[in-house]
Design a protein around this ligand. Structure first.
Ligand code: GLN
Length: 280
């Protein structure tokens, strides 16, 4: 079979299994297998594929068919300006989380020197994207998942940021190192009961520890706010991602922990997604 025929056949399989972008996914998976970019695939559609490639490609299509996210199959996801290595141990970076990067960069000029902490760093995408843009920032990432931290460490290496970042494997409750000018967090904030209703890609394949916000969806946010209040310097900024119906609860919790609310930002779907506050 040639490239074009292979992609058409795979697209049909994915379509029949309700995968939303079957053609694109097939192209991406074939690029991964033959180690060429999409441009090559489009320009060489008549080229015959080796049996070996076909077999491996079909294996990936089978996995995609069952809902496994494309990022886990091709082992990367673009976030902000970089490609991040991703595997099943880390939450896949979301475009909405780029809002936290954008807002952070808006707050500090290029040469500023800061000590920053990312609570629940996962793949490290948030922390590393910011470090990449601000040469004088020093970063610390904490995560309860050892396996997620290995993903973050690998990404730090890939981006040559190893000398400006430290990672700690710890529950944030048990973390007492340092005082920070800026703290960021995208904690798990989905109600435990609702996880099964999320898209299959998310519900069946992404790490529960990165999604599960307890029975009310808010317990991890509470924990992060209380802890941040101790780890942050006076006048330090706190940039927090929240679930779309958690705005009022989060604002109250922040105020009770001596944070002044600067700004609440909506995501691309016009839902409240990010709160910027200052420790007073
Ligand atoms: N935004 C993610 C989702 O909707 C959830 C991430 C999180 O819990 N922090 O799948």
């Amino acid at each position: 079979m040639n490239i074009h025929e292979t992609i058409v056949k795979a697209t049909k399989i994915l379509e029949e299994n309700n995968i939303k972008t079957p053609y694109l996914d097939s192209e991406l998976l074939l690029s991964k297998i033959i180690k060429k970019d999409r441009k090559y695939i489009i320009l060489n559609s008549k080229k015959k594929l080796d049996e070996y490639y076909l077999r491996n490609f079909n294996k990936l299509i089978e996995r995609r068919k069952r809902g496994e996210p494309i990022a886990y199959l091709i082992n990367f996801k673009e976030f902000w300006k970089q490609k991040y290595f991703i595997d099943k141990n880390a939450l896949i970076p979301r475009p909405d989380t780029e809002i936290l990067v954008e807002e952070t960069l808006r707050l500090y000029e290029k040469e500023k020197k800061l000590n920053i902490l990312d609570i629940g760093t996962g793949s490290g995408c948030l922390l590393l994207s910011i470090l990449k843009e601000r040469k004088n920032f020093m970063g610390t990432g904490v995560d309860i998942s050892k396996k997620a931290l290995n993903v973050a460490r690998f990404n730090a290496k890939l981006q040559h940021l190893g000398n400006r970042v430290k990672f700690y494997n710890s529950d944030i409750d048990k973390f007492f190192i340092g005082k920070y000018d800026l703290i960021l967090s995208n904690p798990p904030y989905i109600k435990n009961f609702n996880i099964k209703y999320l898209e299959k890609d998310v519900a069946c394949f992404e790490p529960k520890v990165a999604l599960d916000g307890g029975s009310d969806g808010f317990s991890k946010i509470t924990k992060v706010i209380v802890k941040t209040s101790n780890l942050i310097k006076k006048n330090g900024k706190f940039i927090l991602e929240i679930g779309c119906h958690q705005r009022n609860e989060a604002v109250n919790k922040l105020k009770n922990n001596n944070f002044y609310i600067n700004k609440i930002i909506k995501d691309y779907g016009k839902k409240d997604r990010c709160i910027i506050s200052t420790k007073i």
